[in-house]
Write a protein that binds this ligand. Structure first.
Ligand code: F0G
Length: 471
């Protein structure tokens, strides 16, 4: 096969400091190949210009998601071998439960097959038709589960979260003034719980400050509302607190995490992110009454409470992965990779959400393709172009993911996320991605829009089909 070479001449390549050296070495490799331009064109047509419909073999660098795409460590793979596949009382569940309790301090832990299963259980118990569920920003499945029970998701992020050029360090913060007003106002009785998502995936993977979480917790206590955290990227969030919040620099990730969890009544977690596994999640709570109701639902929807829809060996891998994700050297490299990719793109002048967040670089579609109107689906057009240019798979996080099917609520942010899987790609992969994006940036004026030709009502970004607009 021909070697894949950079199309950006070396003397014009931006000078950017290298990311931290990988704190691991590679034991197993998986071959990837770059399909030809004709193969990519053919794949796009077959996929209805929706990259969720591509086969992974048609993709060269896959930045669709950081979820469930981590490389497991040798210890995690070894953990699979000590899987105790007993239906009830498996030793892997005991290890999993001990680990989650030790890290979070939550007494009641219910495993689930992934984050959205945990959301299904939690919102199924706590939210009801007509309720309002505030969050800094709901991610797609969280929003869908709130809507599924007939409640209304309400995003209460700080104003700077919506400004890609604002470089404030904690743009995942909740607007506490708005939260206070909601909980003191006429709609307060309709709010069954308050949710905060760490980090804010919808808004660029931006972290939430510890000080902000403390204020949110104080407001929730004052108004007697339970506070639940979406902690799928909590270790990355804690790393930003440690490195960016005054007075936190000497504390460990676990200490910071524990202080965060102590502020909350419970949490949902997709372990597919900071659990460093390919599948799994949990709900945790301090409320024993809620825990027993959740347990009944768990048995109905997921499985017996000592496996929750997972193979027991998966619980072992989660227990090990949750600890590995708190290693500061790992986190420094992880967040360093995101910053490195952002710096390469910045050197080319590519517009993006600043500062870069914890798990990916989010391109600012409005400034990337200003000549396309919202009806031409510029975010999706950019995703298609990145694949067409270099078989890089990204995802639209904007009006297609979040627009109300009636077209009334357009997403205030239009982003394309380049999510970096954990422990998977190296510096040269990231350089390849940056060069691919830079080439699309260089010919951005020629990028055409797309028409959405097929769309389901819910979570349409996964299955919608598109067609190129001509002329
Ligand atoms: N909460 C957040 C903040 C998420 O980012 C996700 C998933 C979930 C909940 C649901 O977890 O996938 O295990 O059911 N986010 C993925 C992504 C899919 O690509 O960002 P899940």
């Amino acid at each position: 096969m021909r070697a894949i070479r950079s199309a950006v001449p070396v003397d014009r390549a931006p000078r950017v400091a290298a990311p931290p050296v990988e704190p691991y070495r590679i034991k197993v490799v998986e071959a990837i190949t770059l399909p030809s331009a004709e193969e990519r064109e053919h794949a796009l047509r077959r996929a209805g210009f929706n990259v969720f419909n591509l086969l992974s073999e048609e993709v060269f660098v896959d930045l669709l998601t950081d979820s469930g795409t981590s490389a497991m460590s040798d210890r995690q793979w070894a953990g699979l071998m000590v899987g105790d596949e007993s239906y009830a009382g498996s030793r892997n569940f005991v290890h999993f439960e001990e680990t989650v309790r030790e890290l979070t301090g939550f007494p009641h832990i219910l495993p689930a097959h992934q984050g959205r299963a945990a959301e299904h259980l939690l919102f199924g118990q706590l939210a009801h038709p007509g309720d309002i569920v505030p969050n800094n920003m709901h991610f797609d499945t969280t929003r869908a589960h709130v809507l599924h029970v007939g409640a209304r998701p309400l995003d209460l992020a700080v104003p700077e979260a919506y400004d890609c050029e604002d470089r404030s360090p904690f743009k995942g913060n909740v607007d506490t003034r708005k939260l206070s007003a909601l909980l003191s106002g006429p709609l307060a009785a309709k709010v069954p719980l308050v949710v905060v998502t760490l980090t804010n995936n919808t808004g660029g993977g931006q972290p939430v400050a510890l000080a902000n979480l403390k204020e949110v917790a104080r407001i929730c206590r004052e108004h007697r509302k339970p506070l639940y955290l979406d902690i799928c990227r909590w270790a990355e969030n804690a790393y930003f607190i440690r490195t960016g919040e005054p007075g936190q620099g000497a504390r460990s990730i676990r200490e910071i995490g524990r202080e965060i969890f102590d502020l909350a009544d419970g949490a949902v977690m997709s372990a597919k992110k900071d659990g460093l596994v390919n599948m799994g999640g949990f709900v945790a709570t301090r409320d024993p009454g809620l825990a027993s109701r959740l347990k009944e639902d768990l048995i109905l929807f997921e499985g017996f409470p000592t496996y929750g829809g997972l193979a027991r060996r998966d619980l072992e891998a989660i227990a090990i992965g949750l600890r590995e994700a708190t290693d500061e050297r790992y986190l420094e490299h992880r967040v360093g990779q995101v910053r490195f990719l952002a710096a390469l793109l910045d050197a080319h002048g590519v517009p993006m959400m600043q500062p870069p967040g914890g798990h990916g670089v989010y391109l600012d579609v409005g400034r990337f393709l200003p000549h396309l109107s919202p009806e031409q689906h510029p975010g999706q057009a950019l995703v298609v172009e990145l694949y067409r240019e270099g078989a890089v798979r990204a995802v639209e996080i904007g009006s297609i993911m979040f627009e109300d099917p009636s077209g009334k609520e357009r997403s205030p942010l239009d982003l394309v996320r380049l999510a970096i899987p954990r422990r998977v790609y190296t510096e040269s992969h990231l350089r390849y991605v940056a060069e691919t994006v830079a080439r699309v940036w260089a010919r951005r004026d020629s990028v055409r829009g797309l028409a959405m030709v097929e769309a389901p009502e819910r979570l349409r970004h996964f299955t919608a089909r598109f067609a190129p607009l001509v002329g």
